[in-house]
Design a protein around this ligand. Structure first.
Ligand SMILES: [Zn+2]
Length: 80
């Protein structure tokens, strides 16, 4: 039922899909690394890789932590 891989190894091919279930390529054990080398690992593990690509990670965590620390110190100052 499974056809031999196109790389000529004679190994049965199998489908590789990304994290969204989108077909990427046919591979076998022999050529899997070679064929998937051109793809970012992210697309196989992160279903939201497209959206995360369009909006780069913001560094909002730092300012949030900074404002929280400021609030805490302000409260400590007013308590006295
Ligand atoms: Zn192959």
């Amino acid at each position: 039922m499974s056809r031999p891989c196109s790389c000529g190894s004679g190994e049965p091919r199998r489908e590789v899909n990304d994290a969204r279930g989108i077909f990427v390529s046919y591979v076998c054990d022999k050529c899997e690394k070679e064929k998937l080398k051109g793809y970012r690992r992210e697309i196989f593990v992160n279903p939201r890789y497209w959206t995360s690509e369009q909006q780069p990670a913001k560094v909002g965590g730092l300012s949030a932590a900074a404002s929280r620390a400021r609030t805490r110190s302000a409260r400590a100052a007013s308590t006295r």
